[in-house]
Design a binder for this molecule. Structure first.
Ligand code: AR6
Length: 174
């Protein structure tokens, strides 16, 4: 079974086969991690993104990584947090994380790095997002040969702590 790692870092520096971008439905760049990925990848990324004609929330589309070390960028618009009663968990889980992992597998990626989707500008509470993210990734790894390694690249000590606590709560005894 593939392994999951929780690390502190900047996903634009990742050397994974693919990194995930917490995008919006237009796929034309934005703030947060999306802006950082576009700046690091260079303008060619936006040129390719324009050919994709957007992406629905919870779906995923793949581009090349251009100036990034990562070979591919998998773009997924996460759900905007509206209090939790509007299907946000389902969209974040079966749609975002799962769609990205399926696409990564399809392209033969052995390693995939994720940011914590929806937990910045889109306002998803970190602990609830961590539960959904870790459960979806662990389920996928236990039933698919690829990817062999998934990393959650957390951008702050606080985020890392929340993900570690969530992991320990659900999986530490496995
Ligand atoms: N590496 C890893 N994680 C990061 C980085 C980085 N370089 N920069 C920020 N994060 P956000 P969202 C974390 O707001 O909530 C954009 O405008 C950040 O601390 O980037 O899904 C898009 O175009 C947070 O925990 O994405 C959309 O319009 C997490 O990444 C909208 O924001 C996600 O924060 C998407 O909002």
């Amino acid at each position: 079974m593939g392994k999951l790692e929780l690390v502190l870092g900047d996903i634009t520096l990742s050397d994974a086969d693919a990194i995930v971008n917490a995008a919006n439905t237009r796929l034309l760049g934005g703030g947060g991690v999306d802006g950082a990925i576009h700046r690091a990848a260079g303008p060619e990324l936006l040129v390719e993104c324009r050919t994709l004609h957007g992406c629905e929330t919870g779906q995923a589309k793949l581009t090349k990584g251009y100036r990034l070390k990562a070979g591919y960028v998998i773009h997924t618009p996460g759900p905007v947090w509206r209090g939790g009663g509007c299907g946000e968990a389902e969209q974040l889980s079966s749609c975002c994380y799962r769609s990205c992992l399926e696409l990564a597998q399809q392209y033969g990626c052995r390693s995939v790095d994720f940011p914590s989707i929806s937990t910045g500008i889109f306002g998803y509470p970190m602990a609830q997002a961590a539960t959904v993210a870790l459960r979806t990734i662990m389920d996928f790894l236990s039933s698919h040969p690829l990817p062999e390694r998934v990393r959650m690249v957390l951008h702050s000590e606080d985020a890392l702590r929340v993900y570690q606590q969530t992991y320990n709560m659900w999986y530490a005894c496995d």
